[in-house]
Design a protein around this ligand. Sequence first.
Ligand code: SAH
Length: 394
Amino acid sequence: MTTLLIKENYVKELKNGYPLILKDAVENEDASIIEGTLVKLVDNKGQYIATGYYGVQNKGVGWVLTRNANEQIDRAFFAKRIHEAVTCRTSFFEADDTTAFRIFNGEGDGIGGLTIDFFNGFYMVSWYSEGIYTFREDVYAALMEVVNARGVYEKKRFNVNGQYVEQDDYVSGEEGEFPIIIQENGMHYAVDLNDGAMTGIFLDQRNVRKVLRDSYAAGKTVLNTFSYTGAFSVAAALGGATKTTSVDLAKRSLPKTIEQFSVNAIDYEAQDIKVMNVFDYFSYAARHQLTFDVVILDPPSFARTKKMTFSTAKDYPKLLRDALTITAPNGVIIASTNNASFNMKKFKTFIDKAFKDSNKRYKILEQHQLPEDFQVPHNYPEFNYLKVVVIQVL
Ligand code: SAH
């Protein structure tokens, strides 16, 4: 165990439950510490604060694992944490119209850098640093003690800049015949756990897909931008949208979106699926005087194309202004971002700015953050990265 001396102004928060070991918080930061080393955090009097592990990722240099000096970090420790997390999600395991959800959400469940998702009997483990990956054997053994898995897959998300490490993601148990079909509030989604970084569905938007289907789609035209596999388009179509339009520049989005419509018995030929840059689509739609009753904006935090870079922190107001030009009178915009670098309050200032700049008035109908299975640390809302605002144009 290596001792890390914590600077005085970080001690209180770490004692209170702040889970992250920030690079700036460490007095004797030492680049030679090996990933996965257990670290004892102490204050300048040498008093114990917490035990954690060293694992560098974009947020910090490691995570707190326990504030009890006597607790061993071993297989039993991981089993206990996973068991607690699974117990909290009993209602998800029992629901018969939802078969995909998160069972372990990193720091929210006491182990930063590790998430585990359930997909209809299969488990997908995501590792966010080489450090946490050194505990792989104990974590898998612990998971097997706690749950009954059909099969296990993993994503290593600790290449340069937290990128996914390309590999065969199969770990153990039954090999899935992908795509497998999961259910979410009665909707169906095709999921592939062994096809690169993404699975086909972002589970954190479950509640937003539900309200789109149940409250906003009936009889409406719906534009889904940055649509990926068209998960929102499926929800809108099932909610009675007259037509959906999905726009994403990735070529794979076309067959993937057709697949998602098809597993829900929706005729994809009655929907529009465009493989193109969203910003080009806005101009195209404006030129053709197309308007939409509902517009969904769910861009990546940061994207670079040949022509431009887009960053939600900088360009969200512009994205909203563009969207407003093709939103029907009294239309609804569902504005979403998963950028952890700003909070809901800041996001709402972007919304306000865009409407002021466009000389339009609006009303916020509802807002969403992470769903219940994406547990976040109490008192530290900054880990609740998802922000979704449903806006009525007046
Ligand atoms: N809203 C989706 C997830 C979006 S992921 C869902 O709920 O499932 C981000 C997507 O944005 C990716 O599929 C990527 O291909 C796409 N993308 C990034 N920049 C884009 C751009 N300028 N125009 C269109 N699509 C873009």
